[in-house]
Design a protein. Sequence first.
Length: 448
Amino acid sequence: MNRRPIIALDFSAWQEVEAFLEKFPSDEKLFVKIGMELFYQEGPEIVRWLKDAGHDVFLDLKLHDIPNTVEKAMRGLAKLGVDITCVHAAGGVRMMEAAMKGLEEGTPEGKKRPLLLAITQLTSTSEEEMHRDQLIDVPLENSVIHYAECAKKAGLDGVVSSAWEVEAIKKAADNDFICLTPGIRPEGTSAGDQTRVVTPARAKEIGSTFIVVGRPITQAVEPYKAYQQIQAEWSQEMNKIEETIAKDLLEIEAVFLNPTQPFTWASGIKSPIYCDNRITMSYPKVRKDIAQGLANKIRQAFPDVQVIAGTATAGIPHAAWVAEILDLPMVYIRSKAKDHGKGNQIEGRIFEGQKMVVIEDLISTGGSVLEASEAAKREGADVLGVAAIFTYELPKGKENFDKSGLPLVTLTNYTTLIEAALQDNYIDEQELSLLKSWKQDPENWLTR
């Protein structure tokens, strides 16, 4: 989800929203924000309409009341199926805890709980105004950090703040704490009524998890073109993940390249590469980057996912870390049913029709993960696709996935890895040529 900027639908009427969305391709699935202006005019039906159209929704009503009232309100909002909602951190820890309780209890069984964020200080609020109007004497950043710490204590998923405070928030909470940042303005556009603004690229560099953009898109002469430009700037840093993960795998020796003395796989194939992603478990930073990268890929490609599955055994730890980040249930799938006990092939609980993404550590021909996916389907899961750390990009693997009809997303791939290996002097140009030739016809490849 967070590869897309969230578009603030700051309109007063349903017709205005329809007219705006008509300027986008009909198959473009957006992430939109509904605030008080639109919700109070059109009510819950506008949310249901947007969700039915396939869009993700941030319902931004900024609840702030006594704990009991907020809890009951959240129980109702959870039934709308929104993806993110929020409260004011100024309501206090007890109120935020009540909000989370209502949201969890109101989420239908088998559905994903919406993310719950806390508003810290509005991006329209200057430090001078905070001192004068709220009688808060500490620096504005201190106030924001304090609210973030309260939200963390209350069990919330993150906060809404300006990008200016993101680094300090993540240092005070943790790196996985969500920071959704309004006040995003492309270079050269007006700040409007915002005071603490940054560009999409700067927000990504700082570490914002989500960004909200309104008028630069909604009031643009060509809204779709403006959206594409902002999306490209916002996702630019994320596109570096393939190279980063490839270099990490080489550095920790999860991948070995030896084109002149090839390895022999269990299938008998002679290979110039050997990959053992189980080694990533021993490197906390690498495994965190992998988990976050997989979570981001899944949010983008499979936004409706409701359960994460890991293939036994190498996919299990990565599935666990990803499920934790996405706050989703997890199961794992054996290659075959046990011959003792209950005879389970799948451990954990799957509900009929539950939308699943299966995580594998690496893809060669894809046979094992596709068999695991079929096992999950037999148990009633709706398998949306497969996510993996690495793919050898073998022709047989592509053929098998094409036949299955299941989409595959990966963090990095063979082509990226061998290019990274050349850049960092793991191989020379002649070895690169040998490595490229192997991918074309691995079963008949011979070194010379």
